[in-house]
Design a protein around this ligand. Sequence first.
Ligand SMILES: Cc1cc2nc3c(=O)[nH]c(=O)nc-3n(C[C@H](O)[C@H](O)[C@H](O)COP(=O)(O)OP(=O)(O)OC[C@H]3O[C@@H](n4cnc5c(N)ncnc54)[C@H](O)[C@@H]3O)c2cc1C
Length: 275
Amino acid sequence: MSERTTERDRSDDPPHHDVLIVGGGVAGLTAAIYTARAGLDTLVCDGDESILRRNAHLENFPGFPAGVNPRLFAEMLHAQATRSGADLVEGRIAELRRVDGDGSDGDRPDEPAGFLAVADDGSRVRADRVIAASWADTAYLDPVEPEIRSAGSKAFLADDPDGHTSVEGLYAAGRLAERYHQSVVAAGDGARTAITLIHDSETPFYHDWVVPDGYFTDRGREVPPGCEEIDATERAARQAESRAAMREYFDAAHEQRQRTHPSLVDDELGRVEEP
Ligand SMILES: Cc1cc2nc3c(=O)[nH]c(=O)nc-3n(C[C@H](O)[C@H](O)[C@H](O)COP(=O)(O)OP(=O)(O)OC[C@H]3O[C@@H](n4cnc5c(N)ncnc54)[C@H](O)[C@@H]3O)c2cc1C
């Protein structure tokens, strides 16, 4: 399993991040890869139950011609987000509040404007911007009163085509934003929302590309911010590392049990008994 931090700050001065991502499923972790690679201090808080874990074999995500175990895929996403520089914590956000930084609503006047998130264990974290990628959970957003779209028993967080919600600094991604219910759509939506946030934060960012050496500089151009030129030695090293990592990931069957709908089995997480 990927490494996860399990302790959070309980002091009066909660830790501050540029970006808090609520939900470490497909959309949230993809968003984290982008914001962290752009140099934004990114924290992902995740209930650790992506709905994808109920899938039996993921066969329509591009790049895996014979499909991939969805629980392994989730683990690989965790690892990629961490490697990109994001911090992951386990737990559920119970409440998100706006901090106006002016002493109103009991806020401390010296607190920077942004958001304060309270987890269900009472720990708190501050962030300038928040991406909500929590699949079907909108309850923790009630205090900031975003526009919510109701559809029968379901509620979706309304957003514009770039992922902005009706609350400044709050973004939406994935199924929560009523995107089609496929992993590749959730991943693309997470990336799109993250890039919107990166632009809004005025972080110098140019496509996040890795290119062969000389691609820009041999044409008399600076390497743009967010891009990297690598030479043949570095390319070979990275490719060797990626081959070794993939061999290790796919070497043995993934150990985590299949999930199904919890109503079908006597287990709150819906874990099925394997033969
Ligand atoms: C049975 C089944 C089979 C499927 N099969 C396929 C398939 O074959 N191919 C395909 O492309 N798609 C499949 N899907 C759909 C796919 O799983 C989803 O579209 C995708 O996972 C949505 O991504 P997401 O990031 O929006 O939500 P998720 O991946 O569910 O991630 C949301 C995360 O948010 C966390 N969370 C929720 N509330 C909070 C909170 N308050 N605080 C912190 N964390 C929170 C959850 O724990 C979860 O980890 C399947 C879905 C199901 C149910």
